[in-house]
Design a protein around this ligand. Structure first.
Ligand code: APR
Ligand code: ZN
Ligand code: ZN
Length: 368
């Protein structure tokens, strides 16, 4: 048995309950979670933006200790500390071998369905009802079982709270700037949405040698954190026209690269309109799947030669990028302690979700 936070009904708080957890099967690993971040995508499941059929253990940003391994597992052993990748990445399929591990053909479907690679889950209720596990993970639980290819071994001295953040917010945000976008040295970059993910996009842009890094948010506290991790300019979008303010900071031209890290069509359009001719906009935020947008292909794309790109999981190869991010954290160039607003217990997860609406919390992290 393990205690977990279960998504049972759309728009309703998660229910804390005891669940059965099966032993790891072939190629699977049982993990005692050390920490799990509460990410906006968890909230997106509850509000229907990311449709996962309930019941499901939510949580996809986690790290912990391997407590059991199934047959055939060779990449980790009992006692290892690991970051859980929310897309299992095999390293050998068509997309993995083309440096697009975030789209792994072995792992992506299970990740979307919230199951193991055989499309069944390891969690069940006392009455036997199967309970899905978000992103083949399910980190809002004391223990979970995940595919071994979701595990990235990390050094024992990395705090679980930090390792957990790397599992989603850092890989996604930093990766959007480093893997997905084409930031040239000195480029002016704008990041719209300075939450748990956007703050890492700011750090990725800094890592790439961007010139101005302009953070746009509606919460002053977020903009202060943005400045502390590398934003050179901040704009509170509730004070005046944010596009005009970006234009004023970029000689009237617009930014070279813009990132939308919220997930609304209106802010995607705004980000796009903040870029210069020939500029690039990367959509990192995940909009509701029933939303659409209109563009003028001639004006927006051909004549202005703009690019609009999506970004899933920071375009990350987790087996390559997690060790890189940990070494940057250790040498002080990647600031992660600043992103943890507070540590909470599993039982506090609903309050943490509610607070995300207010926008004042960068990240709440559950510590087990
Ligand atoms: N203009 C500017 N900033 C806004 C606006 C707006 N209209 N609306 C919201 N914001 C800001 C919030 O104040 C907050 O700081 O966007 C930020 C969103 O941050 P979080 O809620 O912490 O979300 P995060 O976990 O960073 O995820 C952002 O990325 O991975 C996806 O699914 C995730 O779509 C979500 C997005
Ligand atoms: Zn996430
Ligand atoms: Zn693969």
């Amino acid at each position: 048995m393990t205690k977990a936070a279960v998504y049972a009904t759309l728009q309703q708080p998660l229910e804390i309950m005891e669940l059965n957890l099966m032993d790891p099967q072939v190629g699977e690993v049982r993990i005692a979670l050390g920490a799990s971040g509460v990410c906006h995508s968890d909230l997106s499941v509850i509000n229907g933006t990311l449709p996962i059929p309930p019941p499901a253990v939510l949580g996809h940003e986690g790290a912990g200790t391997v407590v059991a391994i199934g047959a055939g597992v060779t990449n980790v052993k009992v006692g290892d500390h690991v970051v859980i990748s929310w897309v299992p990445q095999c390293g050998t399929c068509y997309t993995c071998s083309r440096d697009q591990g975030e789209l792994c053909e072995t792992g992506a479907t299970a990740s979307m369905f919230g199951t193991m690679l055989d499309y069944t889950s390891r969690f069940s209720m006392k009455d036997g009802t199967a309970v899905a596990q978000m992103s083949a993970a399910g980190t809002f639980s004391e223990e979970t079982v995940v595919p071994a290819i979701s595990c990235v071994k990390i050094p024992d001295d990395v705090p679980f709270q930090i390792a957990a953040l790397i599992g989603c917010g850092v890989l996604t945000g930093f990766g959007a700037a480093v893997n997905t976008a084409n930031i040239r040295e000195g480029d002016n970059v704008v990041v719209v949405g300075a939450g748990g993910v956007g703050l890492n996009t700011i750090q990725g842009a800094k890592h790439k040698g961007a010139g101005k890094i302009i953070a746009v948010d509606m919460v002053d506290g977020k903009l202060e954190t943005a400045a502390s991790v590398g934003a050179t300019h901040t704009i509170n979008a509730s004070n005046g026209d944010a596009i005009e303010q970006v234009m004023a900071l970029t000689d009237g031209r617009g930014a070279d690269v813009a990132f939308e890290v919220i997930g609304f069509p209106a802010t995607i359009r705004q980000s796009f309109d903040m870029t210069r001719k020939g500029g690039e906009t990367v959509i990192v935020g995940v909009p509701r799947l029933d939303q659409t947008m209109e563009f003028n292909p001639g004006m927006d794309f051909v004549i202005a030669e703009k690019t609009l790109k999506g970004c899933w999981y920071g375009g990350a190869n987790v087996h390559r990028d997690v060790p890189m991010l940990i070494s940057q954290y250790k040498n002080g160039s990647l600031k992660l302690d600043e992103l943890i607003s507070r540590e909470i217990k599993l039982e506090d997860v609903n309050a943490a979700m509610d607070e995300m609406h207010g926008g004042h919390i960068a990240r709440s992290v559950i510590v087990y």
